[in-house]
Design a protein around this ligand. Sequence first.
Ligand SMILES: N[C@@H](CCC(=O)N[C@@H](CS)C(=O)NCC(=O)O)C(=O)O
Length: 199
Amino acid sequence: MKLLVSTTSPYVRKVRIVALEKRLDTQITIVPASPWPEPTAVIDTNPLGKVPALVTDDGLKLYDSRVICEYLDSLSPTNPLIPASGALRWQCLRTQALADGILDAAVMIVLERRRPNTQQSSAVENRALAAIRRSLSAIKDDLKPITDPLDLGQISIAVALGYLEFRLSDAALPVEGALSAWWLTRKQHPSLLATAPTL
Ligand SMILES: N[C@@H](CCC(=O)N[C@@H](CS)C(=O)NCC(=O)O)C(=O)O
C-alpha cells in the first residue's frame, strides 16, 4: 500500500497511528505529497487535492482519513478500532466526527493566519475558536479510561489535542482538568510518540 502524506497533517497522523495500532505500518510505503502550495502530487489519487490518500495493493484509491482508517481496521483482526455494530459503534464514530471537526476548525485558523495580514479575518478566526471551545467542552464526555484499549474515537481525540498543542498553543484553549490529565498520559503512548509532529 502507498500512503500519500504531508508531515504535519493531523489527518495523516490519525491514519499513521491506526496503521501502527493495527501492526500494518510495515506494509505501507509512505510517499511525501504535500498539497501546498499546489496539490499536484496528490490529485491523481485524490481529486480533492488533500492528504491523506491511500493506494491499496489492489490499486484502489481511498480518501479521506475516516475511510482509510476504516479500511485499515478491516484488514486485520489485530486491535479492532471500530466496534462492528450497536451503540458503541455510533459513539466511536461520533467521537471521531467531533475530534475531526476540531481539526477542521484549527486547520482553518492556521490557514487564515498564513494569509497576508490585510486579508485575515478576525471574525473567521473567532468563529472557529468558539467551535473548538464548545467541542472541547463536549469531548470531555467522550473520554474513556486510559487503561481501556484504544479505539478510533480515542485516537481521534488524541490527534486533535496534539494538533492544538502543536499549532494553537497561543490560543488559551480549555484543555484542562480531566481532559488535560488524559492527554498528558495518552501522549506517551508508543504510536503517539512515534507520530508526534515536528516542523
Ligand atoms: N476530511 C479530510 C481532511 C484532509 C485535509 O484537509 N488535509 C489537509 C492537510 S492537513 C490538506 O490536504 N489540505 C489541502 C487543501 O485543503 O487544499 C480527512 O479526514 O482526510
